[in-house]
Design a protein around this ligand. Structure first.
Ligand code: NOJ
Length: 521
């Protein structure tokens, strides 16, 4: 018997990047009231939950991932009351709300860091990682920031004559998780939001909260010393214990490790994360073989107990329609990817705008604001055609903080909602199909051998069998299935515009260029 799904297993979790979703007050930056005004979009998409990228007070050096107060809302986004109203409105629609919890680092403006840097003897000194420099006067070790342009992971602080660690920008000092007071304070942050009714957290760079306490160099070592240290298991268990004090909550971690067995371990055992984002998947080339291996490897390690989180886009990565645009197939492949995400065993994570098949926006050099080149995927959402709504396409009445993509007229929500063949309508149909198909939610997954161009798999429930197939070729190809499968099937859904539900002969079935299908056997 397939088991009943938890809410976070049933359907998609939709990532909102609040700066770029919808602006209610005309300052060019999206806000919480803007989100509240567009909840119909989320309901129509049938999403189970929204994950909000950080909305906390922040100097915005890393657009909110530099948190100056974990328990409030930045005035740019609104107020705590606005957030309460948003949570209530979402809950009234059966949509859960997941916040982004940033435990590895704070802003350099956070009162904890202001105190910590004030004196070597301040009680908060050890809440961050301070060290003397190397004998040659350089930084304490060879660790570098994850942002290439930021250089070393250490900054010298004149005032107290020591260096502090920052895995990202100098404005994002790393908290010292080896200090139990830090762990306790960060657990307190979780409780603050859980008490307020949030349904879970996406945990920013969770693999970074465990580092070698001896701060040994990475160079020449068999493993990295600046992340995924042995202390991680206890830290994950500690976080999970707090979350489990509240019924029905969920934690999903950003685990940017390329060793899949490590990724899987973060969500194994029932006492760590519920899910881990798998970045191996985001880095795949457009190849049926690469996807087959990656999905197969993850499933083999996961077994029946670890629940996958599948995603191919977020606010840090080029959008699918641009990333996979060889042979000008980006738009078709974005549709195929949507089907793939909804049809794998696991929870699909959909980054805002992917449901529209948006490509990356072209950002002129003078408008670039991110140190790590991530502006193109963060361009605002086009809601209405510029021809009727003005140049900001219904995102804002003012000047948007980043320019919108060029094709807002054609790709905006209003236009796509009115077009039965659009990507938006396709994603709505996928969500509805998954919602009424137990095999797609909780069924087992079996990858099939279908040749070099086609990725295909079976989802099998108690009395339901669905076959998914994706054509990675830019030309039409036959679907060659193993001989033991049925000869006819019902085509439930195709990403090729205009192909209708019908009974099909599987022995003669062809997939169009970049087409993906769901078939009931
Ligand atoms: C991962 C986030 O997704 C990214 O946007 C951010 O810059 C880093 N973590 C640092 O918090």
């Amino acid at each position: 018997m397939t088991s009943a799904p938890a809410w976070w297993q049933r359907g998609a979790i939709y990532q909102i990047y609040p700066r770029s979703f919808a602006d209610s007050d005309g300052d060019g930056v999206g806000d919480l009231r803007g989100i509240r005004a567009h909840l119909d979009h989320l309901s129509d998409l049938g999403v189970e939950a929204v994950w909000l990228s950080p909305i906390y007070p922040s100097p915005m050096a890393d657009f909110g991932y530099d948190v100056a107060d974990y328990c409030n809302v930045d005035p740019l986004f609104g107020t705590l009351a606005d957030l309460d109203h948003l949570i209530d409105d979402c809950h009234a629609r059966g949509i859960r709300v997941v916040l982004d919890w940033v435990p590895n680092h704070t802003s350099d403006q956070h009162p904890w860091f202001v105190a910590s840097r004030s004196s070597r003897h301040d009680p908060r000194r050890d809440w961050y990682v301070w060290r003397d420099g190397a004998p040659d006067g350089g930084p304490p070790n060879d660790w570098s920031s994850s942002f290439r342009a930021a250089g070393p992971a250490w900054t010298f602080d004149e005032h107290t004559g020591q260096w502090y660690l920052h895995s990202f920008l100098a404005q994002q000092p790393d908290l010292n998780w080896d200090n139990p007071e830090v762990e306790e304070a960060m657990h307190g942050v979780l409780r603050f939001w859980l008490d307020r009714g949030v349904d879970g957290f996406r945990i920013d760079v969770v693999f970074k909260i465990a580092k070698d306490p001896l701060l040994r160099d990475n160079a020449g070592a068999a493993r990295r010393h600046d992340e995924d240290w042995d202390t991680i298991d206890d830290r994950l268990r500690g976080i999970r214990r707090v979350v489990d004090e509240y019924p029905g909550r969920m934690i999903v971690g950003e685990v940017y490790l390329l060793d899949l067995s490590r990724v899987v371990s973060y969500s194994s055992g029932g006492d760590r994360l519920h899910m881990a984002h798998n970045f191996v998947f985001v880095l795949l080339p457009w190849s049926a073989q690469a996807f087959r291996t990656s999905i197969g490897d993850f499933e083999a390690l996961a077994g029946a107990t670890v629940w996958p989180a599948w995603f191919l886009a977020n606010h840090d990565h080029s959008r699918v329609a641009s990333r996979y645009n060889d042979d000008a197939q980006g738009a078709a492949r974005a549709r195929a990817i949507a089907l793939l995400l909804y049809a794998l065993r696991g929870t699909p994570f959909i980054y805002q705008g992917e449901e529209l098949g948006l490509p990356d926006a072209v950002i002129p050099p003078q408008r670039m604001v991110d140190i790590d080149g991530r502006d193109p995927e963060r361009a605002p959402i086009p809601w209405r055609p510029p021809s009727s709504a003005g140049p900001a396409a219904g995102f804002s009445t003012g000047e948007p903080w980043l320019p919108l993509g060029a094709d807002a007229e054609r790709l905006c929500v209003e236009r796509q909602a009115a077009d039965a063949l659009s990507t938006l309508v396709l994603v709505r149909r996928l969500a509805a199909l998954r919602a009424r198909t137990p095999a797609l939610q909780m069924g087992s997954l079996r990858m099939l051998e279908t040749g070099a161009d086609v990725l295909a798999w079976l989802r099998e429930g108690d009395d339901d069998r669905v076959l998914a197939a994706v054509n990675f070729a830019s030309v039409a190809v036959p679907l060659r299935l193993p001989a033991d499968l049925a000869r006819t099937a019902i085509l439930l859904l195709s990403t090729a515009p205009g192909r209708a539900e019908a009974e099909v002969d599987l022995t003669a079935f062809r997939l169009g260029p970049s087409e993906a299908v769901l078939l009931r056997l």
